[in-house]
Design a protein around this ligand. Structure first.
Ligand code: FES
Ligand SMILES: [Fe+2]
Length: 368
């Protein structure tokens, strides 16, 4: 008998794919989210549709099927599904039972990202998606032409933990995003605001040298100056990270205005593929010399270098945790933010589980 345990909040929006990913693969994309294989495709009015990627006939993947307007045809025996997942045609058969269908999911495109709602469609409200305005603001912000994607062999909450404690920047990223180990000693999370859907906080590093990723893209005459560096972070359920980074003259205050401030915006969306693997989407935007594509290219290279440094640690944790189910973590003060996040995530999960317990049903008609 298979184990039935709920691992994922369902009544929430997940980042599913950059729009270009669907466009680049003949307007259909196979992607597993929350251990559910899905097919995403583009309909006739550039609308996005998401269905279970498993034909209800003999379980062929619909993602190797053919998009026909708002429908997708299973290319095994030709059954045609509409955007609601209903079979509307069976070649050579007159009557089509209404019970022939697969599940369809609410999807919305915002800021170049396709978001999916894995739970009760009646509860889906697209205003609940954490919109990140710089992603859509081509006048003031320049990011990568194509949002970036990484695949992690790790549970997404390990990536949330990583982003919730920037003291790691000092050690993991000493030569890339951080700059020195001093960052861990001389800076602290400040102004931690805890809410039902996550937390926000700031970290200021005052009067210090520009870290390598920033030093590579600023004019030479600024290189000798020390700066105040601020990372202002929001982390929202299920795994949405939005960050404002400022490099300001030393002693700067908001009332001084932002003319002499160099600013970045960063989004990172962590979406569980399975309980042990994660889709990781990100972009990094700046707001000066936005026509100079070399800046964006350098930032992408630096950030990717930094993320690969994180990945070594995070995937290393995952491997060790899988091998040591009895491991009990010990806490330190810096865990406050992610402990809160995990607490809120756990409560939402339990509430959904109590409202709608997963029942194990024996399948007497398995075809394997
Ligand atoms: S498996 Fe899809 S039509 Fe038969
Ligand atoms: Fe990191």
């Amino acid at each position: 008998m298979s184990e039935k345990k709920r691992y994922f909040i369902e009544n929430i929006w997940y980042a599913a794919a950059w729009e270009y990913e669907v466009a680049e693969t003949e307007n259909k994309l196979a992607r597993t989210i929350c251990e559910t294989p899905l097919v995403f495709y583009k309909g006739k009015t550039d609308n996005y549709i998401a269905l279970d990627d498993r034909c209800c006939h003999r379980a062929a993947p619909l993602s190797i099927g053919r998009v026909e307007g708002n429908c997708i045809r299973c290319m095994y025996h030709g059954m045609l599904y509409n955007e609601n997942g209903q079979v509307v045609e069976i070649p050579g058969q007159v009557r089509v039972s209404k019970s022939l269908k697969v599940r369809s999911y609410p999807v919305v495109a915002k800021g170049g990202m396709i978001w999916i709602w894995m739970g009760d469609p009646e509860l889906a409200n697209e205003n609940d998606i954490y919109d990140f305005p710089p992603l859509s603001d081509k006048v003031n912000w320049r990011g990568f032409d194509k949002g970036a994607y990484l695949h992690y062999d790790a549970n997404w909450l390990l990536i949330v933990d990583n982003l919730a404690d920037f003291s790691h920047v000092a050690f993991v990223h000493a030569n890339t995003l951080g700059g020195s180990e001093a960052y861990a000693y001389s800076t602290q999370a400040e102004n931690i605001q805890k809410g039902e859907d996550g937390f926000s906080m700031e970290r200021w590093d005052r009067d210090s040298a520009s870290p390598p990723f920033h030093a590579k893209v600023i004019p030479n005459e600024e290189l000798g100056n020390t700066v105040d560096r601020a990372n202002i972070i929001q982390m929202r359920l299920p795994g949405v990270f939005l960050m404002e980074t400022l490099f300001t003259p030393v002693g700067w205050k908001e009332k001084d205005g932002r003319e002499n401030v160099r600013e970045y915006r960063n989004c990172q969306f962590m979406t569980p593929e399975t309980r042990n693997t994660t889709h990781f989407f990100w972009n990094y935007l700046h707001n000066w010399e936005i026509d100079n594509s070399a800046i964006s290219a350098s930032l992408k290279e630096s950030l990717l270098e930094g993320f690969m440094e994180d990945k070594v640690f995070i995937e290393g944790q995952q491997k060790l945790l899988e091998r040591s189910p009895d491991f009990v973590p010990r806490s330190i003060a810096a865990d406050e933010a992610f402990a809160h996040f995990r607490n809120k995530w756990g409560r939402r999960l339990r509430a959904e589980d109590e409202a709608n317990p997963l029942a194990h049903k024996e399948n007497k008609r398995t075809i394997l």
